[in-house]
Design a protein around this ligand. Structure first.
Ligand code: GLN
Length: 451
């Protein structure tokens, strides 16, 4: 049914870069046979899932939305993909994304943009717009995304779906094509909070193959999603995330939802996190710095595209020609920014300062979580904007992640849940819920209370 739905709508939505029809049908048949034999099945047996094209999938193309990996077929599965297979999930295919997960609209994909199913002329968010659009358009019930600065939560907000960035280290990064290793985190995209919890519980947990993986059990997110009790819970509204640049209709829905939490018995207080206003600036030094190092591996020798290998060019020239042709503008911009920020003489002024801001942001969270159990704010300042509107203005694009970035810098857990449609344009609004590290279950409790 989902493959038929993809056939019917994906030409318009363009959520998928690759549909693994044979693989999906083979797995579905395998699940049926196992069931017929009375064999033990995995916890999500037969449930279709779409996977962001940033995870390696054995035998299935993985492009990261970039021409530089065109034609590359990974020889191994990412841990998340392995866990999905062990849970007997049916993997439908790979979803569209901004090239190397750099962007907030999916317009930076080398393979063309994805449309927001609410209005195909608008962006579905990014970088994981393909995953969120796929579940919004009923092409898949569940999807996997990755969130370095908001790429699961912001697409969830603008498509009216649920997206979770688990605690950093809660889900293995093994087999994720690295963008900014200290920020990247995989997580679930779903239409309901309980669906997200079920997927989270399957992909989470310790992995020896990821040195930053936390060696503790996954918080009981499924029980929390079934519980949904917020009576007595202390909720902090982040004071800094409103004002200029925030759409009135977004703030209105967020305020109403906070009121609803109060009615449900939560204790609501205003909390100030002054360093959050510097998060965007710090992120755009740290993320490009790490990216400039991570993307050095795309040298035309190891993977995918190779340009100019005709016997007339040196190895260095082949690398340069391949990068010139294979990387898009935003990727080049980030690599140049990062290389500059890390260079001798500038390191302390830029990268070093950004790391200090990162520490201040972590302290703001620590202070806040001494007083409250969760923090809430809009997920993103506006609803889905038209495709093309911010494409030539990187600064305007970066502002979409104003509210989501602090949690990546501090490594704690965060979720976006739908909280209605904005009055002025009828488009979905997301509420962001933030919890301390390894308290991911709190997100699900609050999210479930609001459904
Ligand atoms: N939009 C942010 C960026 O461009 C975040 C991306 C992400 O979370 N992968 O870097």
């Amino acid at each position: 049914a989902h493959l038929a739905r993809i056939d019917a709508v994906d030409e318009k939505v363009h959520a998928f870069l690759h549909v693994d029809r044979e693989g999906a049908l083979a797995k579905a048949r395998e699940v049926d046979e196992k069931r017929a034999r009375g064999e033990r099945l995995g916890p999500l047996a037969g449930v279709p899932v779409a996977v962001k094209d940033l995870f390696t999938t054995e035998g299935v193309p993985t492009t990261v939305g970039s021409k530089i990996l065109e034609g590359w077929i990974p020889p191994y599965d990412a841990t998340v993909v392995r866990k999905l297979k062990e849970a007997d999930v049916v993997i439908l295919g790979k979803t569209n994304m901004d090239e190397f997960a750099m962007g907030s609209s999916t317009e930076n994909s080398a393979y063309g943009p994805t449309g927001n199913p609410w209005d195909l002329t608008r962006i579905p968010g990014g970088s994981g717009g393909g995953s969120s659009a796929a579940i919004t358009a009923y092409e898949a019930p569940l999807a996997i995304g990755t969130d370095t600065g908001g790429s699961i939560r912001q697409p969830a907000a603008v498509t009216g779906t649920v997206g979770v960035k688990p605690t950093y280290g809660g889900v293995s990064r093994y087999g994720m094509v690295a963008f900014s290793s200290s920020l990247d985190q995989a997580g679930p995209c779903a239409r309901t909070v309980l669906d997200a919890a079920l997927l989270h519980s399957v992909i989470g947990g310790h992995d020896e193959l990821d040195s930053t993986s936390i060696d503790q059990p996954v918080p009981d997110v499924v029980a929390a999603a079934r519980n949904g009790e917020v009576s007595g819970l202390r909720v902090g509204v982040v004071k800094e995330f409103r004002g200029e640049g925030y759409q009135a209709g977004v703030l209105q829905r967020v305020d109403e939802t906070v009121e609803l939490l109060r009615e449900l018995g939560a204790e609501v207080v205003e909390v100030s996190c002054p360093s959050f206003t510097k998060a965007l600036a710090a992120y755009y030094l740290i993320a490009p710095s790490e990216c400039s190092s991570n993307l050095a591996r795309f040298d035309a020798m190891r993977y995918g595209l190779r340009v100019g290998d005709d016997g007339t060019h040196s190895a260095e020239e082949v690398t340069a020609l391949t990068r010139e042709a294979g990387f898009g503008d935003e990727v080049k911009r980030r690599v140049m920014l990062g290389t500059y920020a890390l260079s001798s003489g500038y390191y302390d002024a830029y990268y070093g300062s950004a790391q200090k801001v990162r520490t201040l942001i972590t302290r703001d969270f620590e202070r806040a979580f001494a007083e409250v159990d969760v923090l809430v704010s809009p997920t993103t300042p506006t609803t889905a904007f038209p495709i093309g509107e911010r494409a030539d203005d990187p600064m305007a694009m970066y502002l979409a992640d104003l509210c989501t970035i602090p949690s990546n810098l501090a490594g704690n857990a965060a979720m976006s849940v739908p909280c209605g449609l904005a009055e002025e344009d009828g488009l979905p609004v997301g509420l962001q819920i933030v919890a301390p590290a390894m308290a991911d279950d709190r997100l699900y409790r609050v999210g479930a209370a609001l459904e």
